[in-house]
Write a protein that binds this ligand. Structure first.
Ligand code: MEV
Length: 315
Protein backbone atom coordinates (compact mmCIF):
# COMPACT_ATOMS: atom_id res chain seq x y z
CA UNK A 1 0.00 0.00 0.00
CA UNK A 2 1.18 3.50 -0.89
CA UNK A 3 0.53 6.37 1.50
CA UNK A 4 0.89 9.93 0.22
CA UNK A 5 0.83 13.34 1.88
CA UNK A 6 1.67 16.90 0.94
CA UNK A 7 2.38 19.99 3.02
CA UNK A 8 2.94 23.64 2.11
CA UNK A 9 5.99 25.83 2.69
CA UNK A 10 5.72 29.04 4.68
CA UNK A 11 7.01 32.55 5.05
CA UNK A 12 7.32 34.80 8.07
CA UNK A 13 5.34 37.91 7.18
CA UNK A 14 6.31 39.95 10.25
CA UNK A 15 8.33 39.64 13.45
CA UNK A 16 11.36 37.46 12.63
CA UNK A 17 14.20 37.90 15.15
CA UNK A 18 12.07 40.02 17.50
CA UNK A 19 9.98 36.87 18.12
CA UNK A 20 13.05 35.39 19.83
CA UNK A 21 12.72 38.23 22.40
CA UNK A 22 9.01 37.66 23.02
CA UNK A 23 7.42 39.83 20.30
CA UNK A 24 4.53 38.38 18.28
CA UNK A 25 5.22 37.10 14.76
CA UNK A 26 2.84 36.58 11.84
CA UNK A 27 3.38 33.62 9.48
CA UNK A 28 1.51 32.19 6.54
CA UNK A 29 1.58 28.97 4.52
CA UNK A 30 2.31 29.37 0.80
CA UNK A 31 1.01 27.35 -2.14
CA UNK A 32 4.33 25.64 -2.91
CA UNK A 33 4.29 22.06 -1.66
CA UNK A 34 6.30 19.04 -0.72
CA UNK A 35 4.82 15.66 -1.68
CA UNK A 36 5.97 12.55 0.17
CA UNK A 37 5.13 8.95 -0.75
CA UNK A 38 5.77 6.08 1.66
CA UNK A 39 5.47 2.41 0.82
CA UNK A 40 6.26 -0.93 2.50
CA UNK A 41 9.08 -2.90 0.87
CA UNK A 42 9.92 -6.56 1.50
CA UNK A 43 13.54 -5.94 2.47
CA UNK A 44 14.11 -4.77 6.10
CA UNK A 45 15.62 -1.44 4.96
CA UNK A 46 14.83 2.25 5.10
CA UNK A 47 15.19 3.80 1.67
CA UNK A 48 14.89 7.57 1.15
CA UNK A 49 14.82 9.11 -2.34
CA UNK A 50 14.95 12.88 -2.82
CA UNK A 51 16.33 15.53 -5.15
CA UNK A 52 19.24 16.13 -2.76
CA UNK A 53 20.27 12.47 -2.72
CA UNK A 54 19.34 8.95 -1.70
CA UNK A 55 19.87 6.87 1.40
CA UNK A 56 19.49 3.13 1.94
CA UNK A 57 20.12 1.99 5.49
CA UNK A 58 19.07 -0.73 7.90
CA UNK A 59 16.75 0.21 10.78
CA UNK A 60 17.79 0.60 14.45
CA UNK A 61 20.88 2.72 13.75
CA UNK A 62 21.79 5.52 16.21
CA UNK A 63 20.47 8.75 14.65
CA UNK A 64 23.96 10.37 14.85
CA UNK A 65 25.17 7.86 12.23
CA UNK A 66 22.68 9.16 9.68
CA UNK A 67 23.55 12.14 7.41
CA UNK A 68 21.93 15.35 8.65
CA UNK A 69 19.79 15.81 5.52
CA UNK A 70 18.09 12.41 5.97
CA UNK A 71 17.83 12.33 9.76
CA UNK A 72 14.20 13.46 10.28
CA UNK A 73 12.89 10.96 7.70
CA UNK A 74 15.05 8.08 8.93
CA UNK A 75 13.91 8.90 12.49
CA UNK A 76 10.23 8.77 11.52
CA UNK A 77 10.58 5.56 9.49
CA UNK A 78 12.68 3.78 12.11
CA UNK A 79 10.31 4.76 14.92
CA UNK A 80 7.28 3.38 13.14
CA UNK A 81 9.07 0.17 12.08
CA UNK A 82 10.00 -0.44 15.75
CA UNK A 83 6.51 0.47 16.98
CA UNK A 84 4.82 -2.07 14.71
CA UNK A 85 7.66 -4.59 15.08
CA UNK A 86 7.83 -4.75 11.30
CA UNK A 87 10.00 -7.27 9.49
CA UNK A 88 9.56 -5.41 6.20
CA UNK A 89 11.04 -1.99 5.35
CA UNK A 90 9.93 1.39 4.04
CA UNK A 91 10.65 3.36 0.90
CA UNK A 92 10.13 7.12 1.16
CA UNK A 93 10.14 9.42 -1.86
CA UNK A 94 10.27 13.20 -1.37
CA UNK A 95 9.40 15.67 -4.15
CA UNK A 96 9.57 19.37 -3.38
CA UNK A 97 8.46 22.51 -5.22
CA UNK A 98 9.92 24.62 -2.39
CA UNK A 99 13.47 25.99 -2.88
CA UNK A 100 15.72 24.53 -0.18
CA UNK A 101 17.55 26.35 2.59
CA UNK A 102 16.30 29.88 1.92
CA UNK A 103 13.76 30.31 4.71
CA UNK A 104 10.65 29.03 2.91
CA UNK A 105 9.96 26.19 5.34
CA UNK A 106 11.08 23.35 3.06
CA UNK A 107 12.49 21.40 5.98
CA UNK A 108 9.33 21.71 8.12
CA UNK A 109 7.05 20.92 5.18
CA UNK A 110 9.14 17.75 4.50
CA UNK A 111 8.87 16.74 8.16
CA UNK A 112 5.09 17.27 8.25
CA UNK A 113 4.39 15.47 4.95
CA UNK A 114 6.79 12.63 5.88
CA UNK A 115 5.21 12.15 9.32
CA UNK A 116 1.78 11.88 7.67
CA UNK A 117 2.87 9.63 4.78
CA UNK A 118 5.01 7.28 6.90
CA UNK A 119 2.49 6.87 9.74
CA UNK A 120 -0.27 6.59 7.12
CA UNK A 121 1.18 3.27 5.90
CA UNK A 122 0.13 1.74 9.24
CA UNK A 123 -2.65 3.84 10.73
CA UNK A 124 -4.62 7.08 10.52
CA UNK A 125 -3.52 9.93 12.80
CA UNK A 126 -4.99 13.31 13.66
CA UNK A 127 -3.29 16.50 12.45
CA UNK A 128 -2.26 17.19 16.07
CA UNK A 129 -0.53 13.79 16.32
CA UNK A 130 1.21 14.26 12.97
CA UNK A 131 2.40 17.73 13.99
CA UNK A 132 3.94 16.33 17.17
CA UNK A 133 5.76 13.61 15.18
CA UNK A 134 7.00 16.24 12.69
CA UNK A 135 8.34 18.48 15.48
CA UNK A 136 10.12 15.51 17.11
CA UNK A 137 11.64 14.62 13.72
CA UNK A 138 12.73 18.23 13.08
CA UNK A 139 14.44 18.28 16.49
CA UNK A 140 16.95 15.69 15.16
CA UNK A 141 18.41 18.56 13.09
CA UNK A 142 17.21 21.74 14.92
CA UNK A 143 17.04 20.83 18.62
CA UNK A 144 15.77 24.30 19.57
CA UNK A 145 13.00 24.61 17.00
CA UNK A 146 10.00 26.53 18.30
CA UNK A 147 7.75 24.36 16.12
CA UNK A 148 6.20 27.47 14.56
CA UNK A 149 7.08 26.47 10.99
CA UNK A 150 5.73 22.93 11.33
CA UNK A 151 2.56 24.28 12.89
CA UNK A 152 1.79 26.60 9.99
CA UNK A 153 2.74 23.87 7.45
CA UNK A 154 0.24 21.52 9.15
CA UNK A 155 -2.75 23.83 9.46
CA UNK A 156 -2.14 26.28 6.58
CA UNK A 157 -3.49 29.84 6.48
CA UNK A 158 -2.27 32.78 8.52
CA UNK A 159 -1.05 32.38 12.05
CA UNK A 160 0.21 34.48 14.94
CA UNK A 161 2.79 33.18 17.34
CA UNK A 162 4.53 34.41 20.44
CA UNK A 163 6.63 32.57 22.99
CA UNK A 164 4.20 33.14 25.86
CA UNK A 165 0.89 32.35 24.19
CA UNK A 166 1.94 29.93 21.44
CA UNK A 167 0.07 29.81 18.13
CA UNK A 168 -3.35 30.87 17.05
CA UNK A 169 -4.95 31.03 13.65
CA UNK A 170 -5.75 34.46 12.19
CA UNK A 171 -9.22 34.24 10.82
CA UNK A 172 -8.77 35.71 7.35
CA UNK A 173 -10.00 35.14 3.84
CA UNK A 174 -7.28 37.41 2.44
CA UNK A 175 -5.81 36.07 -0.71
CA UNK A 176 -3.29 38.65 -1.81
CA UNK A 177 -0.36 37.80 -4.06
CA UNK A 178 3.09 37.56 -2.59
CA UNK A 179 6.17 37.71 -4.78
CA UNK A 180 9.15 35.86 -3.42
CA UNK A 181 12.60 36.75 -4.73
CA UNK A 182 15.53 34.52 -3.91
CA UNK A 183 18.93 36.13 -3.24
CA UNK A 184 20.49 32.64 -3.67
CA UNK A 185 22.74 33.51 -0.75
CA UNK A 186 22.53 30.63 1.70
CA UNK A 187 22.54 31.72 5.31
CA UNK A 188 22.99 30.10 8.66
CA UNK A 189 19.98 30.98 10.81
CA UNK A 190 21.96 30.05 13.91
CA UNK A 191 24.76 32.48 13.00
CA UNK A 192 22.42 35.38 12.17
CA UNK A 193 20.45 34.81 15.41
CA UNK A 194 23.67 34.94 17.46
CA UNK A 195 24.78 38.15 15.71
CA UNK A 196 21.45 39.71 16.69
CA UNK A 197 22.06 38.58 20.27
CA UNK A 198 25.41 40.42 20.21
CA UNK A 199 23.67 43.52 18.86
CA UNK A 200 21.05 43.28 21.61
CA UNK A 201 23.70 42.95 24.34
CA UNK A 202 25.62 45.95 23.04
CA UNK A 203 22.53 48.13 22.45
CA UNK A 204 20.09 47.04 25.15
CA UNK A 205 18.03 50.22 25.33
CA UNK A 206 17.85 50.72 21.58
CA UNK A 207 16.91 47.09 21.01
CA UNK A 208 14.16 47.12 23.60
CA UNK A 209 12.74 50.30 21.99
CA UNK A 210 12.67 48.57 18.57
CA UNK A 211 10.91 45.55 20.11
CA UNK A 212 8.21 47.87 21.50
CA UNK A 213 7.82 49.55 18.10
CA UNK A 214 7.63 46.14 16.41
CA UNK A 215 4.90 45.00 18.82
CA UNK A 216 2.82 48.10 17.99
CA UNK A 217 3.42 47.55 14.29
CA UNK A 218 2.22 43.94 14.51
CA UNK A 219 -1.01 44.99 16.26
CA UNK A 220 -1.59 47.50 13.44
CA UNK A 221 -0.93 44.77 10.84
CA UNK A 222 -3.57 42.55 12.44
CA UNK A 223 -6.12 45.35 12.01
CA UNK A 224 -4.98 45.91 8.39
CA UNK A 225 -5.37 42.16 7.67
CA UNK A 226 -8.88 42.21 9.11
CA UNK A 227 -9.79 45.18 6.90
CA UNK A 228 -8.01 43.80 3.84
CA UNK A 229 -5.99 47.03 3.81
CA UNK A 230 -3.09 46.07 1.51
CA UNK A 231 -1.60 49.56 1.53
CA UNK A 232 -1.52 49.50 5.32
CA UNK A 233 0.13 46.06 5.41
CA UNK A 234 2.67 47.24 2.79
CA UNK A 235 3.51 50.39 4.78
CA UNK A 236 4.19 48.24 7.81
CA UNK A 237 6.41 45.91 5.75
CA UNK A 238 8.57 48.88 4.77
CA UNK A 239 8.77 49.99 8.41
CA UNK A 240 9.55 46.45 9.62
CA UNK A 241 12.38 46.25 7.09
CA UNK A 242 13.89 49.43 8.60
CA UNK A 243 14.00 47.70 12.01
CA UNK A 244 15.66 44.65 10.45
CA UNK A 245 18.24 46.94 8.79
CA UNK A 246 18.98 48.55 12.16
CA UNK A 247 19.71 45.21 13.85
CA UNK A 248 22.06 44.28 10.98
CA UNK A 249 20.39 41.29 9.28
CA UNK A 250 20.12 42.75 5.78
CA UNK A 251 22.70 43.10 3.02
CA UNK A 252 23.22 44.88 -0.29
CA UNK A 253 21.55 42.28 -2.48
CA UNK A 254 18.45 42.09 -0.29
CA UNK A 255 18.27 45.91 -0.21
CA UNK A 256 18.48 46.06 -4.00
CA UNK A 257 15.70 43.48 -4.47
CA UNK A 258 13.54 45.32 -1.91
CA UNK A 259 14.15 48.69 -3.59
CA UNK A 260 13.13 47.28 -6.99
CA UNK A 261 10.03 45.61 -5.51
CA UNK A 262 8.98 48.78 -3.71
CA UNK A 263 8.67 50.64 -7.04
CA UNK A 264 5.38 48.91 -7.80
CA UNK A 265 4.31 46.67 -4.91
CA UNK A 266 2.59 47.76 -1.68
CA UNK A 267 5.75 46.95 0.26
CA UNK A 268 8.65 44.53 0.55
CA UNK A 269 10.87 43.11 3.27
CA UNK A 270 13.18 40.19 3.94
CA UNK A 271 11.68 37.03 5.41
CA UNK A 272 13.27 34.65 7.92
CA UNK A 273 16.77 35.04 9.30
CA UNK A 274 18.06 37.45 6.62
CA UNK A 275 21.64 38.11 5.48
CA UNK A 276 20.66 35.95 2.50
CA UNK A 277 17.61 33.86 1.75
CA UNK A 278 14.52 35.55 0.36
CA UNK A 279 12.58 38.78 0.33
CA UNK A 280 8.89 39.05 -0.46
CA UNK A 281 6.63 41.81 -1.69
CA UNK A 282 2.89 42.29 -1.37
CA UNK A 283 0.85 42.79 -4.52
CA UNK A 284 -2.58 42.25 -6.05
CA UNK A 285 -3.71 42.06 -9.69
CA UNK A 286 -2.89 45.79 -10.19
CA UNK A 287 0.86 45.53 -9.54
CA UNK A 288 1.77 41.81 -9.66
CA UNK A 289 3.07 41.66 -13.24
CA UNK A 290 4.93 44.99 -13.03
CA UNK A 291 6.74 43.93 -9.85
CA UNK A 292 7.74 40.56 -11.33
CA UNK A 293 9.00 42.25 -14.52
CA UNK A 294 11.04 44.74 -12.50
CA UNK A 295 12.81 41.94 -10.62
CA UNK A 296 13.31 39.70 -13.66
CA UNK A 297 14.72 42.56 -15.77
CA UNK A 298 17.35 42.89 -13.06
CA UNK A 299 18.04 39.16 -13.24
CA UNK A 300 16.57 38.19 -9.92
CA UNK A 301 14.82 34.84 -9.62
CA UNK A 302 11.27 35.35 -8.39
CA UNK A 303 7.85 33.69 -8.36
CA UNK A 304 4.42 34.57 -7.05
CA UNK A 305 2.56 32.61 -4.39
CA UNK A 306 -0.75 32.82 -2.60
CA UNK A 307 -1.62 31.90 0.95
CA UNK A 308 -2.27 28.16 1.25
CA UNK A 309 -5.41 27.49 3.27
CA UNK A 310 -5.25 23.68 2.88
CA UNK A 311 -2.30 22.82 5.09
CA UNK A 312 -1.46 19.13 5.36
CA UNK A 313 -3.23 16.94 2.84
CA UNK A 314 -3.25 13.15 2.76
CA UNK A 315 -4.33 11.19 -0.29
C1 MEV B 1 14.08 32.19 11.28
O1 MEV B 1 13.25 31.60 10.27
C2 MEV B 1 13.29 33.03 12.22
C3 MEV B 1 14.07 33.70 13.32
O2 MEV B 1 13.19 34.58 13.99
C4 MEV B 1 14.64 32.72 14.29
C5 MEV B 1 13.62 32.01 15.16
O3 MEV B 1 12.49 32.49 15.34
O4 MEV B 1 13.96 30.94 15.72
C6 MEV B 1 15.20 34.53 12.76
Amino acid sequence: MKSRASAPGKIILFGEHFVVYGVKAILCAINKRVIVTAEKITENKISIKSSIGNLVSSPKKPIEEIDNQFRPFYYLADKIIQKYNEKSGLEITINSEIPLGVGLGSSSACCVASAAAISGVFTKNSKEEILQMAIDAEKTIFPNTSGADSTVCTYGGLMQYDKKNGYSAIDSENNFDLIIANSKIRHSTKEVVSNVKLFQERNEEKFSKICNEESKLIEDVLICIKNNDLEGIGRNMIKNQEFLETIGVSNEKLRDMIKLSNKFSFGAKLTGAGNGGCIFSLTDETNLEKTIRQLKENEYECFSVKIDFRGLDTF
